[in-house]
Design a protein around this ligand. Structure first.
Ligand SMILES: [Zn+2]
Length: 339
């Protein structure tokens, strides 16, 4: 399997790799990612005291919805955040506790990706010499070249998925799609809980490009290039096909041209080549220890051949019902055919 960064290792895709891959022992890298993407600093040097409060507030906000924020349950930093949430600490106390305890591992580990080194670095550690981190030119290039807003959404989405997986533990509830709100949700004891926007969850893998034609797409609400969440096998076929067409396995992000344009897909069936791409996408999500892994396995099969044959069966059934298949005109280079 080709690594995510072997194709188009742009700065934005390196940032995505930090968010999507690597070990998740705690959620701190998500908090750091969101805070860095929100910065508008006057200098390259960011002191820990400056970083501390916004960083801790991210963690505090998540602790309110998901009390578990690390695989190891004892953390003095998390205790401080919980106390702040309970109004037992002041902002100053939280800032001091965070500067002392909150960055111990995250600054060292931020750029680590399984066994790989990222080609670029977004900051250097100057804690010993200057009491903080120094942003690099690559950080500013990232900010200028891509939408920090989109990357913030992707960070938040991944964070929600990871903490949801921790919360659920062995109680494997399926993650499902709500077609009205376009959110992913879990049902627990008959209660529906929204987890994240489907757009924000799927965009990382697609690297900000349409699944079908590779045109650039956006996930920022209100953007003119806002992607559509598209059912690969059209949802109008729901009554006629087995399986769950609202499953994540069948959802991709498409540009408006592909989904709704004159030459668009509409209710037609994507070609067999696109089906291969869908299979590769699903395998990739499963093998990258994605929190959607269990859901994809339960919906499409336990092994790779089983899942391939599941997709083929649904695809040929769908083609029997709608003879015409559909192939878009390519609008860009393949950036995520990871198979
Ligand atoms: Zn498209």
């Amino acid at each position: 399997m080709i690594h995510f960064l072997d194709v188009e290792p742009t700065l934005a895709n390196q940032w995505r790799a930090i968010i999507l891959f690597g070990r998740n022992a705690a959620s701190y890298k998500f908090a750091l990612s969101k805070v860095l993407l929100s910065l508008s600093p006057s200098s390259d040097l960011i002191k820990l005291e400056e970083l501390a409060l916004p960083f801790a507030r991210e963690v505090c906000a998540h602790l309110r919805i998901a009390p578990r924020q690390a695989t190891n349950s004892s953390s003095r930093f998390l205790e401080a955040c919980k106390q702040w949430n309970a109004r037992e600490l002041t902002d100053d106390q939280l800032r001091n506790a965070t500067a002392k305890l909150g960055f111990v591992n995250v600054i060292d580990a931020f750029h680590n990706l399984d066994a790989r080194k990222l080609p670029n670095r977004f900051f250097v550690d100057e804690r010993r010499t200057n009491g903080g981190i120094r942003l690099t030119d690559d950080f500013w290039r990232l900010n200028a070249a891509s939408s920090p807003e989109g990357l913030k959404h992707e960070t938040e989405s991944r964070w929600r998925l990871v903490e949801t997986a921790w919360e659920l533990g062995l109680n494997r509830s399926l993650i499902a799609f709500d077609a009205q709100t376009e959110d992913l949700f879990v049902s627990q004891s008959h209660r529906r809980q929204a987890v994240t926007s489907c757009r924000h969850a799927l965009n990382g893998y697609q690297k900000g490009h349409c699944f079908y034609c590779y045109a650039p797409i956006s996930i920022v609400p209100g953007d003119s290039a806002l992607a559509d969440v598209d059912h690969f096998i059209p949802h109008v076929l729901k009554p006629f096909l087995p399986g769950n067409l609202d499953g994540v396995w069948n959802l991709v992000l498409a540009c408006v041209g592909c989904n709704r344009g004159m030459e668009g897909k509409s209710d037609r069936i994507p070609s067999i080549a696109s089906l291969g791409r869908l299979h590769a996408r699903n395998e990739y999500l499963i093998q990258s220890h994605h929190p959607l892994r269990e859901t994809l396995i339960m919906q499409t099969g336990r092994s790779t051949p089983e899942r391939a044959s599941y997709l083929q069966t649904v695809h040929s059934e769908a083609k029997r019902l709608r003879i015409h298949d559909w192939e878009p005109e390519q609008q860009g280079r393949p950036v995520f055919d990871v198979s």
